[in-house]
Design a protein around this ligand. Structure first.
Ligand SMILES: N=c1c2ncn([C@@H]3O[C@H](COP(=O)(O)OP(=O)(O)OP(=O)(O)O)[C@@H](O)[C@H]3O)c2ncn1[C@@H]1O[C@H](COP(=O)(O)O)[C@@H](O)[C@H]1O
Length: 94
């Protein structure tokens, strides 16, 4: 899981840097979509996760959770933060 998150975060950072054409991630870092689009997605996906949990639909819970984690990592990158910031907060709570 840790490797998966680190690898995904590295891809997101690369897309931010290189802005390749046709990349959804890159579009989030440009005026095409931007921060508001990321925040909207996080709001929508959280609602969808709640509905999936209410339905006890495990596939849908995993799908929506993955969408949320991806957009959360994009948001961290947008704010010039990284996984270490999240890890430090989680560690502080142990
Ligand atoms: N994990 C993801 C990921 N999760 C979700 N999404 C995109 O997020 C968008 C929104 O998700 P939704 O489920 O809401 O899709 P939708 O209902 O079609 O919504 P709209 O995009 O049409 O508004 C979709 O276009 C998904 O493709 C992702 N796009 C990319 N990644 C990762 O980022 C990597 C790089 O992707 P690119 O930047 O596209 O090269 C990929 O290899 C993946 O590992």
């Amino acid at each position: 899981m840790e490797d998966t998150l680190e690898d995904l975060f590295a891809v997101i950072e690369d897309r931010k840097e290189t802005l390749p054409e046709g990349s959804y991630t890159a579009s989030l870092f440009t005026h095409e979509k931007g921060e508001n689009a990321v925040l909207e997605k996080l709001g929508e996906e959280t609602t969808e996760l709640v509905l999936a949990a209410k339905d006890d639909d495990h596939d849908e819970i995993a799908y929506e959770a993955a969408d949320i984690v991806y957009h959360l990592l994009v948001l961290l990158s947008m704010k010039e933060m990284d996984l270490a910031d999240l890890e430090a907060e989680l560690e502080a709570r142990r």
